[in-house]
Design a protein around this ligand. Structure first.
Ligand code: ME8
Length: 532
């Protein structure tokens, strides 16, 4: 297979507070894609990071008696811990307070200022003198009160720099037209109707009242307003405009496939301003901006840091394993749509798919091979029974459908394709009743092919689940005692090499979750102890 080059990115999350399961969700789906492409042998650069500038961070730092830098250094540890525990396979973690990144932001500003795409203008907004902050109409509400301190705000005008967005609208519209899969979730229309059709405004990209940000060399009283600083991470991380642009040329080059994930609340920045910024810089655009849905509470509210209604992923990993959480996120939340995190769905998804389906198939198969063959997988023979032949066909069809789904980033469907195959494996056991065949010496050949195909279902199913189940898929393959070679992705079309392998002892892959006990644990975790 020809090796392809992939650049996959997540948003860089604000280092204003610790991470929660919403962030973990985006991280897990992006990581799943990165692992899938690597599994297929492709060359992947997977980027994540932290957005470390902005007033909110400066304020949180002062509340904690820290300097902003001390504060973000502290939050950074939480980011590291979360991604380590979720086994996120990023190639680089970028921080916007790094010298390399800040230099790129300054160079980009200078370049765009010199070429006339950035100009000095006037910014008008609601201003709170006490907090020294500008707010938008919706933030101050009808009573025009500062959302932070509650004092009255007034309109104020300040000098600021703007990015000339209007100029690039025709080029942007042409790009959307010629790249219908740019945002595969169908969320571009909303952007067109809300922001572009009414007339896109130029974007204010600096503020003079802010202190914690990248200062502009040409005008030191101004600092870059967070979004331009943040968006540029995607190319500064690859060394754009640095002494060594090797990574940039490779992963932002024309032959690379660029897939960028972002949640729907930041769609505007990723599908409008980011492409405009790239056009102004004369750079190629990403192939895909995947706008994913958000995790909501049962009452339909976004799980968020500021509302304090979002649990950390850490206790969930601790209690249920990282793979249970990863699987839940990929399979239960339909990618591209909002999802609700509820205890009932969580428990059911784990019990139905991982315990009753996958774990059960593994356990039954190994136990029967132990009983009927002393633990040694029987030799492969050309199948003669229609049910066995059909199950082999199901394997081939599953691989095809799985790849087709994963290749268009439908990870939810990819996971369910594999589960359907495992389910067919369990049904096949019910229908072929190996325990009856085992009693009849004339049925020895049939028993052999029956048990053999089940191991192939488990082997191939486990390989396909590897991008999601980063430890348990290999644990299952360990129990079957499959060689390294036959765990590789390119072995999924090679059937018949497992005869003679002695299985290891079976053990429980995913423990069954007790409905009542876990329901009350999860409810307390989400709602707090008082609101059961
Ligand atoms: O917006 N459900 O950072 P942020 C699912 N720094 N995903 C969620 C989520 C939820 N309830 N809450 C957050 C920023 N996310 C900027 C980004 S990028 C150049 C700069 C995920 O900390 C989702 O991917 O608010 C969302 O877009 C991202 O975290 C926003 O994180």
């Amino acid at each position: 297979m020809e090796k392809k080059c992939f650049y996959i990115t997540t948003p860089i999350y604000y280092a204003s507070a610790n991470l929660h399961i919403g962030h973990a969700y985006c991280e897990v789906i992006s990581d799943t894609l990165a692992r899938y492409e690597r599994l297929k042998g492709n060359d992947v650069f997977f980027l994540t990071g932290a957005d470390e500038h902005g007033e909110k961070i400066a304020k949180n730092a002062s509340k904690n008696n820290m300097t902003p830098q001390e504060f973000v250094d502290h939050v950074y540890l939480n980011f590291q811990e979360n991604w380590k525990k979720l086994d996120i396979s990023y190639n680089k973690f970028i921080r916007t307070t790094s010298k390399e990144h800040m230099e790129v932001v300054q160079k980009v500003f200078t370049k765009l200022l010199n070429q006339g795409d950035i100009y000095l203008g006037e910014y008008k907004g609601w201003y709170c003198t006490s907090c020294e902050s500008f707010w938008t109409d919706s933030q101050v509400g009808e009573k025009h009160l500062c959302p932070d301190c509650g004092r009255e705000v007034h309109t104020e005008t300040q000098e600021a720099y703007f990015l000339n967005c209007k100029k690039y609208v025709p080029q942007l519209l042409e790009f959307y037209k010629t790249h219908p899969n740019f945002e595969p979730g169908g969320k571009l229309n909303e952007m067109l109707n809300t922001f572009i059709k009414p007339g896109l405004e130029d974007l204010c990209i600096t503020r003079s009242e802010l202190s914690w940000g990248v200062p502009i060399k040409e005008d030191p009283k101004q600092v870059i307003y967070v979004w331009i600083d943040a968006l540029l991470n995607y190319i500064s991380a690859l060394g754009y405009l640095s002494n060594d642009e090797t990574l940039f040329n490779k992963f932002w080059g024309k032959d690379s496939t660029i897939v960028q994930f972002a949640g729907r609340e930041i769609n505007r920045f990723h599908s409008i301003y980011w492409p405009i910024l790239l056009m102004a810089l004369g750079l190629r655009l990403p192939d895909t901006i995947y706008i994913h849905g958000l995790l909501l509470t049962r009452s339909g509210v976004k799980l968020s840091k500021s509302l304090g209604n979002a649990p950390s992923p850490l206790p969930l990993i601790e209690r249920y394993s990282l793979d249970a959480l990863r699987y839940y996120m990929v399979r239960e939340v339909q990618i591209g749509e909002d999802g609700t995190f509820t205890p009932k769905q969580f428990i059911e998804r784990i019990n139905n798919d991982l315990v009753n389906n996958y774990g059960n198939l593994l356990n039954r198969t190994i136990s029967m091979i132990k009983k009927y063959y002393d633990g040694v997988i029987p030799q492969y023979k050309e199948p003669s029974n229609l049910a066995t032949i059909t199950l082999y066909k199901n394997i081939e069809e599953t691989i095809k459908t799985y790849e087709a789904d994963m290749d268009i980033y439908n990870l939810t469907k990819g996971a369910s394709d594999v589960m359907s195959l495992l389910d067919l494996g369990n049904k096949f056991i019910q229908d072929s009743t190996p325990w009856v065949l085992a009693k009849d010496p004339n049925k020895k050949d049939l028993l052999d092919e029956t048990m053999y195909v089940l191991v192939e279902v488990l082997r191939i199913g486990s390989i396909l689940l590897k991008p999601i189940l980063v430890t348990k898929a290999d644990e299952a393959l360990d129990q079957l005692n499959i060689s390294t070679e036959l765990r590789e992705y390119n072995s999924i079309h090679t059937i018949g090499k497992l005869g003679g392998i002695k299985n290891n002892q079976p053990s429980v892959l995913f423990p069954r979750l007790d409905n009542e006990k876990e329901f009350s644990y999860l409810t307390e975790l989400i709602d707090g102890p008082s609101k059961k």
